[in-house]
Design a protein around this ligand. Structure first.
Ligand code: UDP
Ligand code: MG
Length: 320
């Protein structure tokens, strides 16, 4: 009997990965030889400034399973992944980094899980160590996940990344979440579905360097929280209420003291301290409100997530 083969789409967001992309390709080809399914390899060049695109083009010319999308500028990994998802045709879709920090051999394990267990809609990889990362980054990441899970309605696993395989249904759901401010970990948790978690050890990049600076990560963390939680807004309101109650009590105290003891010379320093303190809190709270307002502003513009400038594929969704 001639059984219809499935296709696995492997999406690879790449930004300045000329040093890694060939090694990555070779490893994926080796791994996928052992897979019973067909596959397509889709490089999404996220506006790289080096020879990433040229390399992807060369690879695509020599291997028909390879294709590329080139975005018109650097849109960020979230947008690059979205572009890949929108254009992947496979029954199963994998998202994987180009730097070999995500072991391609795990694609086989993921495929096996989905093939043999109908109850799972996706398989995600979870890092059990963060050995390649600086300790400060590790520490902040851990705190972030604790805070995030506490204050948002959804649950994100510490160590979960974007490396995963999904069935079509799950992919469609991710595409349908077309918010402009994308926080994949939150989106993937929000859509639900049954996900199987596999562990892996963190590895250093094979070459090149990470595009994430500490400040970029901090911004990403704030984006994540404001995208999936209203807790900071509630906290701001409670703080306001608390301070109001406190100040009413203080005013009552001062009035009673004046009636009983007259008006001794008031402290200038303490007054200034209180003014600065209250002013600081007000600015903080305004900042929190501003974060949400900025998000709303960007969402209402309804700008596309990505723009494709070049590709070797037919029927590309160029703008979405
Ligand atoms: N990446 C991207 N656009 C960006 C930044 C990164 O497509 O603006 C890609 C990058 O090429 C890599 C993956 O996202 O394939 C993960 O990036 P990186 O290794 O810098 O992140 P880290 O592993 O340090 O979290
Ligand atoms: Mg990396």
């Amino acid at each position: 009997m001639n059984e219809q083969k499935d296709t696995v789409s492997i999406i690879v967001p790449c930004y300045n990965e000329e040093a890694t992309i060939r090694a990555f390709y070779e490893e994926v080809v080796l791994v996928m030889k052992q897979c019973r399914s067909d596959y397509e390899l889709l490089f999404v060049d996220d506006g790289s400034k080096d020879r990433t695109l040229q390399t992807a083009i060369e690879l695509s010319e020599n291997d028909e399973r390879v294709s590329y999308l080139s975005l018109s500028r650097n849109f960020g990994k979230e947008s690059a992944m979205y572009a890949g998802l929108c254009n992947a045709n496979g029954d199963y879709v994998v998202i994987i980094d180009a730097d070999l920090q995500h072991p391609p051999s795990m694609i086989l394990d993921m495929y096996d899980v989905l093939k043999h267990d109908e109850s799972y809609d996706g398989v995600a990889a979870k890092r059990v160590t963060r050995d390649g990362d600086p300790w400060l980054r590790t520490w902040f990441s851990r705190r972030f996940y604790k805070l995030f899970n506490r204050f948002s309605d959804i649950d994100v696993q510490d160590g979960s990344g974007d490396f995963r395989m999904m069935r079509r249904g799950m992919v469609e759901a991710v595409i349908a979440m077309d918010e402009y401010n994308r926080f994949s970990k939150g989106i993937l948790s929000w859509i639900g579905f049954n996900t199987c978690w596999l562990s892996f050890e963190n590895k250093d990049r094979v070459a090149g360097e990470s595009k994430w600076s500490f400040w970029k990560l901090l911004r990403y963390a704030i984006d994540g929280i404001t995208s999936f939680s209203q807790a900071p807004l509630y906290a701001a309101s409670w703080l306001g209420i608390g301070l109001t109650v406190l100040s009413v009590m203080a005013i009552a105290f001062i009035v009673i003291r004046k009636l009983m003891f007259g008006d001794p010379v008031a402290g200038w320093a303490s007054t200034i301290c209180v003014i600065i303190f209250i002013g600081g809190i007000q600015l903080c709270v305004l900042g929190i409100i501003g974060q949400y307002l900025a998000k709303t502003y960007m969402e209402t513009k309804g700008r596309p997530h990505y723009v494709v400038s070049r590709s070797n594929r037919d029927n590309v969704i160029r703008i979405k």
